[in-house]
Design a protein around this ligand. Structure first.
Ligand SMILES: [Cu+2]
Length: 375
């Protein structure tokens, strides 16, 4: 019999379960649904040509309300060149996309078509290609983009999954790890068409986005224990493979060099800014940590159609992937952003800085007594 009491119990039960159901349903509804079986006439879609920028910066883009799919055009030019990778002048015979380590970050929206022109100038010595983890199709486009010096190729793929994904060179056999640890990786961020969402399906927006690409380098040493300096890529090959196969990196760095993102090159923000930090590692696991801050939201695996984790202290980025963390700075100051293997951060180089300006909040932290003698 339906009484007022049972009705109320039912109502109470409904209330008790509502938040969970609400969260799941909202998130599910909020996910962008891209029908990859729908055939678009690519020739009639709007085309956008993007000028890529050097990391940690990211080209301008809209975060949400992306409208119909677009064809987004990018160009990457491969540069083989010697780079200085620490403050002692140690050099790497590097291989790069667009001259930087990591290569530039690309941003598109789920369902867009990515159209990449890959150029291998004749001044280079080696064949290269690009494998997009975001792409669907054999070798991630690697077989279709293998270019000798003096050649270029163009690949189009549909970005059917939302998230941050690594791209890297993969020209075959032992060339693959050598090219990757010599600098040939980068990241593409495929945003959901309606932007990022929290676990309840509510919109999340960022004021700034930075791209941190982490690399492990394996610089051979001479008999005296000094890092060797090579005149050409091929001259470095044999020693480099032997050092790589020892699996002990000589350097673990953000953005190609010890100190690339510290001091004058620190990333900047203001108190109240919400910052998205995208972090890739194409070869090896890492564990980013913002000292004195957190990830308000983190997509450790980088894939935006999963609800983000909240309030993380350290997040884990699997080798061969890119993840991201969203944080609103609440206090001014100098923040170190590190790989929290602290040996790798402090002794080998995997550290960056954020300089944050604004008003200090004593409620969050206050020095009650300055250091003074105990006696
Ligand atoms: Cu390559």
């Amino acid at each position: 019999m339906l009484t007022r009491r049972t009705l109320m119990q039912g109502a109470a039960g409904a209330i008790a379960t509502t938040p969970l159901l609400h969260a799941n349903n909202s998130y599910a509804k909020a996910l962008s649904k891209v029908d990859s079986s729908k055939q678009w006439n690519v020739d009639k879609l709007e085309r956008v040509k993007i000028d890529l920028v050097t990391p940690p910066f990211v080209h301008k883009h809209v975060q949400y309300s992306a409208g119909d799919p677009k064809v987004v055009e990018f160009t990457l030019t491969i540069e083989e060149k010697k780079l200085v990778i620490d403050n002692a002048g140690t050099t790497l015979q590097a291989m790069t996309f667009n001259g930087s380590v990591p290569g530039p970050m690309m941003v598109v929206h789920e369902g867009d078509y990515v159209e990449l022109t890959l150029i291998n100038p004749k001044t280079n010595m080696l064949p290269h290609n690009i494998d997009f983890h975001a792409a669907t199709g054999a070798m991630g486009g690697g077989e279709l983009t293998l270019v000798n010096p003096g050649q270029k190729a163009k690949l189009r793929f549909r970005a059917t999954r939302a998230g941050t994904f690594v791209y890297h060179c993969a020209p075959g056999g032992p060339m693959i790890p050598w090219h990757v640890v010599s600098g040939m990786s980068g990241c593409i961020m495929v945003l959901p068409r309606e932007g990022l969402k929290n676990e309840l399906g509510e919109s999340l927006k960022y004021d700034k986005v930075f791209y941190v690409g982490e690399n492990d380098f394996y610089i051979p040493k001479d008999a005296e224990g000094q890092y060797k300096n090579y005149n050409t890529l091929m001259e470095s090959y044999g020693d480099s493979i032997a050092t790589m196969n020892g699996l002990i990196p000589s350097h673990v760095v953000f953005n190609g060099k010890v100190g690339a993102l510290t001091g004058d090159n620190a990333m900047t923000a203001n108190v109240g800014d919400t910052v998205l930090i995208v972090h890739s590692q194409a070869n090896r696991d890492t564990r980013p940590h913002l000292i004195g801050g957190h990830a308000d939201y983190a997509w450790e695996t980088g894939k935006f159609n999963n609800p983000p984790q909240k309030d993380l202290e350290t997040w884990f980025i699997r080798g061969g992937s890119a993840g991201s963390a969203l944080y609103t700075f609440r206090q001014p100051g100098l923040y170190a952003y590190v790989n929290h293997n602290l040996i790798e951060a402090i002794n080998l180089g995997a550290a960056a800085h954020f300089v944050v300006e604004g008003e200090w909040n004593n409620d969050l932290m206050q020095q009650l007594e300055a250091p003074t003698s105990i006696i």
